[in-house]
Design a protein around this ligand. Structure first.
Ligand SMILES: [Zn+2]
Length: 104
């Protein structure tokens, strides 16, 4: 679950879903009110996990999969992406960008 970096409370599902419907870069924590931003690590991971959705098209190109199988693959990939976004959302107290990001 999503944990606020300022107060340490876990966000509930409703707050996590609200984060996805908010287009602003930051969102106030429902418990302490401090603005929280999506972490860089989460943004990178979500980009890769979203690539799972077109993966069944590649599978179709190499294997003979029936329509029912393709529907199951698409629905599975879609549910996997939804579950990832619900449970892997990470927030930071400060907005990370190229100016304040540490390089190791
Ligand atoms: Zn908080």
């Amino acid at each position: 679950m999503t944990r606020c970096k300022s107060c340490g409370d876990n966000w509930n599902v409703r707050a996590t879903l609200k984060r996805y419907t908010t287009s602003a870069p930051g969102m106030a924590c429902p418990y302490c009110g401090e603005t929280q931003y999506l972490s860089q690590k989460y943004r990178e991971r979500s980009m890769f996990i979203t690539l799972l959705i077109p993966l069944p098209i590649l599978i179709q190109a190499f294997f003979d999969v029936h329509l029912e199988g393709m529907i199951v693959l698409f629905v599975s990939a879609f549910l996997l992406v939804i579950m990832f976004h619900l449970f892997a959302l990470e927030v930071e107290a400060e907005e990370e960008d190229w100016r304040n990001r540490f390089y190791y």
